[in-house]
Design a protein around this ligand. Structure first.
Ligand code: ADP
Length: 562
């Protein structure tokens, strides 16, 4: 029942009750009575109808038609109150009042079929003839029509008007009541539906979920009791829901570490959620945990088993360590023979230069064919030697690079909160000479702090800024901009230059060991960015670059926020 315009009389009233009311009213007052719709169609059964109207006039076609017309006419304008009129069919007195619910005219309650003291059969005898009814019977029936003064009939009409007013109000209250019931039904259905959805999620999620109640001793959290757990919780912990609910964690797992209880106690007392990774000795697994307090004294925990991930990370870390050790040993051991090659080839070069000098001095035999051949051979040996020396130099650079890389990898970290404004300005000051000599403009915005190792972060920013200087575009003055912004639990530093750029296809390669876009362009080893990436990895951060050739490049350095 959403809108009053769509409802009708039968929806609003209990027909049986209305019929009884109507019958009782007619019996008490002696007037005929019926309720019709606004078109004059009867909704209730007639009460106390006179023989004259019911059995004689209405039984003729014309009479019935006139009765309906008269009833419809009575209905017109009833919304403004009750009406009194002589029936245009039998000429008896009629009255009516409207039933109006929430402004809508629903029905008419009509009463009447009475005659006043001045009316007699002669008044209607012509009409009876006209409609073709039995005159004799009509005259007898007329005598049975209740007689009453207009004044009394008016009073009855007024009383009826009060009754229909009350009925209208009652119906309206019924509607409102019905609406409230429907609304609350809708809310209830929606709640049941959403409860069902949450249940489904709760039952099927792969993360463990448990709701607990904190147990205190003297205001200190000492234990917690299970209120509800989902199937994933049972699977992850190996404990059964039926064994858990109502019991405390200390009863179930007596060796539970105090830090779990302290942490959850803190969440429950402060209402501040927490997310962290931890190892549970009792269960023997690593968990990624998210705890929050949905209501006072209670806390919920959502957790995921990250043991496999943790183990894989440990294996990778061990392998990396091993690899760094191999690189260190190999590069260290390779340097010894390299030093020999370098030393002896320098000596060889020296001796060859000596021989060439001496041969040049032997002018008299210089045209001797054998000597000429010897000179040519020696010159080619000299050329080969130059290649050997160049290669050993290259090899030396590479080995030094490898050593540098393995050294950075093995260095221990000192993690602290870093004021990046200070750190970056120190780096720039240490490069002041270079910056001034090329008139570079370095713009640094106020930077957010991060968590990291100071020495290593100095290395990161020195490398990046010196690269921007090294790879500047000579056609324009160098501008470097350093900014920062927050991204979840991290802070991202951006370092943008307007140098020669990198080109989209090199954006990952430049972090590879020994990779240089243009090896001939300037001196360099191709390990600076590899070390930068290695350091950031150790600090739980990362580096990415965006660039197009000729448009400079922008590095994004992500680190845990401070
Ligand atoms: P290096 O500078 O010693 O060659 P890096 O590892 O620091 O080694 O850099 C690798 C390569 O990435 C460089 O050779 C250069 O081609 C490119 N590169 C690095 N930084 C920039 C930059 N700011 N602008 C343009 N190219 C760069």
């Amino acid at each position: 029942m959403s809108d009053i315009k769509e409802i009708d009389f039968y929806d609003l009233f209990d027909l049986e009750y209305i019929q009884t009311l109507q019958d009782d009213f007619s019996n008490a007052t002696g007037v005929a009575s019926i309720i019709t719709d606004t078109n004059g169609i009867p909704l209730t059964k007639p009460s106390n109808f006179t023989k004259l109207c019911f059995d004689i006039i209405r039984k003729t076609d014309l009479g019935y038609e006139n009765c309906c017309k008269s009833d419809a006419k009575m209905g017109e304008g009833l919304e403004n109150g009750y009406k009194l009129q002589k029936c245009s069919s039998g000429g008896l007195w009629d009255s009516g009042t409207a039933i109006i619910v929430d402004g809508k005219h629903i029905a008419n309650w009509l009463i009447g079929q009475i005659r006043d003291e001045n009316q007699n059969y002669r008044d209607i005898s012509e009409y009876i003839k006209q409609i073709g009814a039995d005159e004799e019977q009509a005259a007898l029936a007329f005598n049975d029509v209740p007689q009453m003064s207009i004044d009394k009939f008016k009073k009855i009409a007024v009383a009826l008007s009060s009754i229909t007013n009350q009925l209208s109000k009652l119906a309206y209250q019924n509607i409102l009541h019905q609406r409230i019931i429907e609304k609350s039904n809708r809310v209830e259905t929606a709640m049941v539906d959403s409860e069902r959805k949450y249940r489904l999620l709760f039952e099927n999620m792969t993360s463990g979920f448990a709701l607990h109640e904190m147990v205190y001793d003297n205001g200190n959290p000492v234990d917690y009791r299970y209120i509800d757990v989902n199937p994933a919780f049972e699977k992850l912990t190996g404990a059964k829901k039926s064994d858990l609910i109502g019991h405390t964690v200390k009863e179930i797992m007596p060796h539970t570490e105090q830090y779990w209880i302290d942490t959850y106690g803190n969440v429950t007392q402060t209402g501040i959620p927490i997310s962290y990774e931890n190892y549970s000795q009792e269960i023997g697994k690593h968990f990624d945990v998210w705890a929050f307090s949905p209501e006072p004294n209670k806390f919920a925990v959502v957790f995921t088993d990250v043991t496999a991930k943790k183990n894989a990370e440990e294996i990778i870390a061990a392998k990396n360590k091993e690899l760094e050790q191999i690189i260190f040993v190999a590069s260290h051991d390779l340097r010894t023979p390299l030093v020999n090659i370098e030393g002896y080839s320098r000596e060889l070069e020296y001796s060859i230069n000596e021989i060439i000098g001496k041969l040049e001095l032997q002018k008299n035999i210089s045209n001797n064919g054998m000597i000429l051949d010897l000179k040519a051979d020696i010159r080619s040996v000299k050329e080969s030697l130059a290649i050997v020396r160049n290669s050993t130099k290259q090899m030396d650079i590479l080995i030094k690079g490898l050593l540098k890389l393995s050294r950075t990898g093995r260095e221990s970290l000192k993690i602290s909160n870093i004021d990046m404004n200070l750190l970056v300005s120190d780096v720039i000051s240490s490069m002041e000479f270079q910056v001034k000599s090329i008139s570079a403009n370095i713009i640094v915005e106020r930077l957010l702090p991060c968590v990291g190792d100071e020495v290593h972060l100095i290395q990161v920013f020195s490398n990046l800024i010196s690269n921007s200087i090294k790879y500047l575009e000579v056609k324009r003055p160098l501008i470097i901009e350093i900014k920062s912004y927050r991204e979840g639990n991290n802070v991202v530093y951006t370092l943008e230059d307007n140098g020669i750029g990198i080109g989209i296809k090199n954006k990952d390669k430049i972090f590879e060991l020994f990779y240089r876009i243009n090896p001939k362009l300037l001196d360099g080893e191709g390990i600076g960015l590899t070390i930068v990436r290695q350091i950031l990895g150790k600090l739980n951060g990362k580096i990415q670059v965006e660039s197009d050739f000729g448009d400079g490049c922008k590095f994004y350095i992500t680190l845990p926020a401070g």
